[in-house]
Design a binder for this molecule. Sequence first.
Ligand code: GLU
Length: 293
Amino acid sequence: MAAQYVGRFAPSPSGPLHFGSLATALASFLDARQNRGHWLLRIEDIDPPREVSGATDEIISALICHGLQWDGEITRQSERSDLYDRALAELHRNGHLYACTCTRKQLRAAGKSGPGCPQNCKSLDLAHEDNPLRVAVPSGCVTANDLLLGAQIARVDEDPGDFLVRRRGGLYAYQLAVVVDDYHQQVTHVVRGADLLDNSPRQVALAGLLGYPAPRYLHLPLALDDTGRKLSKQTGARPIDNNSALDNLLSAWTFLGQIALQARPQNIAEFLQFAVGRWSRQLLPRANSAICC
Ligand code: GLU
C-alpha cells in the first residue's frame, strides 16, 4: 500500500546549502515526520551548465550534519532520462506536445489560440535535439492547493502559456522532471520555497495532461539577504557552517515562526524530537500568494 504521506527535499546542485535552503529542508522534514511519512532526497541535477562541482556532496553532508536523514536511496534526476522520455512520448501521443523555437516574447505577442505558436514551428521535428518542445496547456483556470496559502488559481494558458518541457540541446525542463519524479516517487506533499509558488499551477496542469494526481503544496517564506533579495545559491549566498549545526537549526526554527523553546536543547537529536512534536504549519509566516485568476 502506498504511504499516506510522502515528502521530498529536491535541491539543485547549483551551490552548497544556505540558510534558506536549510529552512526548507527542515520544514519539509518536520512536516513529513510529524505526519509519519517518508521523506525523500532528490538531487535535481538536470541542468549541467548550472551545476557547481562538489555541490551535491556538500548538500548531502550538510543534511547529515544537521540530522536530516532521508528515507531510502538518494534519487538523481540525471539518471532518470528514460522516465522523462516516456512522459514526453505520452504527451506526444495525446497531441499535447509540439516543437517550437519561438522566444517567450514572440509567443506573448501572438497571444494563445490553440497551440500558442505564431510561426510554423509545428512542422519541426520533435525528435531533433535542437528543437525545444512545448506542452500545449489546456485553456481555463488551474488550481494548486496550498496547505497554508489556500487555492492558487491561475490561467496557465494565458501566463506563461504553452511552456517548455524540453529545452534546446535536449535538456529536460525543470517543470517536466519535477512532475514526472513527484509522480513516480508517489510524492503526496511538496514543501518548498515560495519562489516556486507560481510554478505550482503549471505543474498541476502538466500532471493532469499526463493523468497524474496533483500533490498538495506548502510554500514557505523566503529568507532574504540584507538588500531584500532572496538568498540564492547562484548569487553566492553564504553556505551554512556544519560546525554550528544546532544553532543553524534553532535559527531556522525561529525563522519558520515556530514556538519558542524554553531551554536550549542538548543536541540535534533532542531538538529534532521536540521539533517533530511541536511543528505547526499554522505558525508559518505567510509568503505572499503571487497568483490570481
Ligand atoms: N530544485 C529546486 C531548487 O533547488 C526545487 C524544486 C522543487 O522543490 O520543486 O530550488
